[in-house]
Design a protein around this ligand. Structure first.
Ligand code: ZN
Length: 325
């Protein structure tokens, strides 16, 4: 524990130069705008081609980008988009959270507790999952893949509908009206312009049936099938290939251990954080949990999840205060 404390102190000082809050963070605005250009491009191409195969291919591509928008909303929840908190919230909500039926403020309230009390009875994420068998590990590969199949068929849309109900339950009337108007616009566009109907349908189908699968894989990869002995092995870093990252852990969110240890660092600096963390752990003879891939390779996450020796997370962990930013 002492070694981990020393490591955090040392690296926190080193990373302080990476945190330069600005009115607008250019990497975040670039990530948000390219995500939307990509979605519009994919749906326009599918409309133009009008082939069942192209539409089918567009679903995972749009869902992967919707997943990316959710991760950019996570950046907003950590106040990384703008140092002006109102501006940060509006950009995060309008362009990242609301289009995928989420809300930055509601998400932040849960998420910061998750950072502070990781995998304990005070962690809302852990509480929600701890009694469900799909979140208990080890589990067999067939059970794991069967659960992903169920996500695509009915569990994913059902989960997202529950989230959507919370989505419209907002304290701020202005925000509630704006988010309703945003989704109403989708409906009106589809009603008035028949040409846009397939694109609106594909966007919604990606969100309800494909996005939850990517979301589930990422959530499992972040904190499950781990040793759970200390801060450096209660969360994992996954490097992943470009394709793997696009679908399952966009915008560096696979480097989740790096994020949990240094949540004040924005997504575009996480690769540097990961490299330094690895180096520093080696110097201090610490073994952080790191994997290269989820599905393949000799040290895949899937192997961790099916390993008989993998313990379920213990109920009372050392408090991880001061992690959240
Ligand atoms: Zn976070």
């Amino acid at each position: 524990m002492e070694k981990i404390k020393a490591l955090k102190k040392e690296l926190n000082q080193e990373f302080s130069s990476m945190i330069q809050p600005k009115r607008f963070s250019a990497p975040h605005l670039l990530a948000i705008s390219t995500s939307w250009l990509f979605i519009v491009g994919v749906l326009s191409f599918a409309t133009w081609m009008d082939s069942v195969w192209v539409w089918a291919l567009s679903l995972p591509l749009v869902a992967g980008t919707q997943h990316g928008l959710m991760i950019l909303m996570h950046e907003g929840a950590h106040h990384h988009i703008s140092k002006n908190s109102r501006l940060n919230e509006w950009i995060s909500d309008l362009f990242c959270a609301w289009p995928v039926l989420l809300d930055t403020r509601l998400y932040r309230a849960n998420h910061l507790k998750h950072h502070l009390y990781l995998s304990t009875e005070k962690d809302p994420d852990w509480i929600r999952k701890k009694d469900l068998k799909e979140w208990r590990f080890p589990q067999t590969r067939s059970f794991f893949f069967m659960e992903l199949g169920k996500m695509a068929l009915w569990k994913g849309p059902r989960e997202w509908m529950v989230i959507a109900r919370l989505f419209f339950d907002n304290k701020s009337k202005v925000k509630a009206a704006t988010k309703s108007l945003l989704w109403l616009t989708f409906g009106i566009l589809a009603a008035v312009f028949p040409l846009l109907r397939p694109a609106v349908f594909a966007y919604s189908a990606s969100l309800l049936f494909v996005f939850p699968i990517f979301q589930r894989v990422r959530s499992i990869a972040e904190h499950f099938g781990l040793e759970d002995e200390s801060e450096i092995n209660m969360t994992r870093d996954i490097k992943g290939t470009f394709v793997e990252s696009f679908f399952f852990y966009p915008f560096g969110v696979g480097l989740h251990l790096s994020h949990h240890m240094f949540p004040q660092v924005p997504f575009y600096q996480l690769k540097k954080v990961h490299a330094r963390l690895k180096e520093s752990c080696k110097e201090k003879e610490l073994t952080p949990h790191m994997n290269n891939h989820f599905f393949f390779g000799s040290k895949s996450v899937l192997k961790d999840l099916t390993k008989a020796s993998t313990r379920e997370p213990v109920r009372q962990k050392p408090s991880l205060e001061n992690q959240a930013s």
